[in-house]
Design a protein around this ligand. Structure first.
Ligand code: BTN
Length: 327
């Protein structure tokens, strides 16, 4: 049942400009014309707007704003990203599914989306709150032909993609806190988790996980994170379509990734620094062994944090937590 319905949506979506006759649909799906008509009524109940004209047939006018493989695919103008979409209403973590799929050979550009994650993963073994229907919980499988040491560049690239989309599409002023937290009004609205399966000098696959708080009100953010997290809705007082955001992010990601593969990291580095939070300012740095103040100079080609210590020495750091003081 479900698969006939999906095939029907795909046939209609592939011909969105034209009507497709009931007879053709019935031939393609191998069901009767009255069964087609019943499916159309079901789709309408689910929020699809379908126009049916005698002598012409059917066409989809609009999709419901519900997350599904079809609704994300509809209108997604990309060459390779999101050609394979896996949608779950609820899952532990889209990262888990992505790893399983990647191990089983899923193509470069496969995406996994969920309405809800029950065990959303953040960086440093933290958990990531992924309330049902309120945010974008997305994992992207990539098979880049770059050296494993370059993988952090893809995380920085993803942060610039998110910042670009939030700025141009949602009209907000995002900043990126090193390495990859997206801040609005000094509070975190999105995070990125990159996980990689690699051998010595070859990447088998990378999974980039993106969590974006979209439509939560303050009370809908867990109490634990409320003081340091925000959502697009809190910042703009507008609800956003998660479907539309996914599409914008995928389209921008594909362009940026293709340019990166062609031209390398310099453009991304420049863009990252244009969004960089506290660049040129004094920050506090916490590493496993140390806790000190330094000036944040920017990022290195390999994604490392470039700082100037109080004794004037320049240092690069790969793993640290940064903080700042409000003067
Ligand atoms: C961070 O700690 O800032 C990274 C958060 C990454 C969360 C996303 S949501 C989609 C994907 N699935 C997960 O379990 N985590 C990532």
């Amino acid at each position: 049942m479900e698969s006939t319905r999906n095939k029907l949506i795909q046939l209609l979506a592939a011909n969105s400009e034209q009507y497709i006759s009931g007879q053709l649909l019935s031939d393609q799906l191998k069901i009767s014309r009255s069964a087609i008509w019943k499916h159309m009524k079901e789709l309408e109940k689910d929020g699809y707007q379908i126009e049916g004209k005698s002598n012409k047939g059917y066409r989809i006018i609009s999709y419901p704003d519900k997350l599904s493989e079809n609704t994300v695919r509809w209108g997604l103008e990309t060459d390779w990203i999101g050609k394979n979409i896996i949608h779950k209403e609820s899952t532990t973590s889209t990262q888990h599914i992505a790893h399983d799929e990647a191990r089983n050979g899923a193509a470069h550009g496969t995406i996994i989306i969920a309405d809800e994650q029950t065990k959303g993963k953040g960086r440093m073994n933290r958990s990531w709150f992924s309330t049902k229907g309120k945010g974008m919980w997305l994992s992207i499988i990539l098979r880049p032909e770059i050296a494993p040491q370059q993988a952090p560049q893809l995380t920085l690239l993803t942060a610039t993609v998110l910042a670009d989309v939030l700025q141009s599409y949602c009209n907000v002023k995002p900043l990126i806190k090193w390495p990859n937290d997206i801040l609005l009004n000094n509070k975190k609205t999105a995070g990125i988790l990159t996980e990689m399966q690699a051998e010595q000098d070859i990447i088998n696959y990378i999974v980039i996980g993106i969590g974006l708080n979209v439509n939560q009100s303050t009370l809908e953010l867990s109490e634990e994170i409320r003081h340091k997290a925000t959502s697009l809705y809190i910042e703009t007082e507008k609800e956003n379509s998660i479907n539309a955001l996914i599409q914008e992010i995928l389209m921008t990601f594909e362009k940026s990734y293709d340019q990166y593969i062609k031209n390398g990291f310099p453009d991304i580095k420049q863009k990252w620094e244009s969004y960089g939070f506290k660049i040129g300012e004094e920050i506090t740095i916490k590493t496993i062994k140390d806790h000190f103040h330094a000036t944040f100079l920017g990022i290195e080609e390999d994604g490392a944090l470039r700082i100037k210590r109080t004794d004037g020495s320049i240092q690069r750091l790969y793993s640290a937590e940064i903080d700042w003081f409000d003067k």
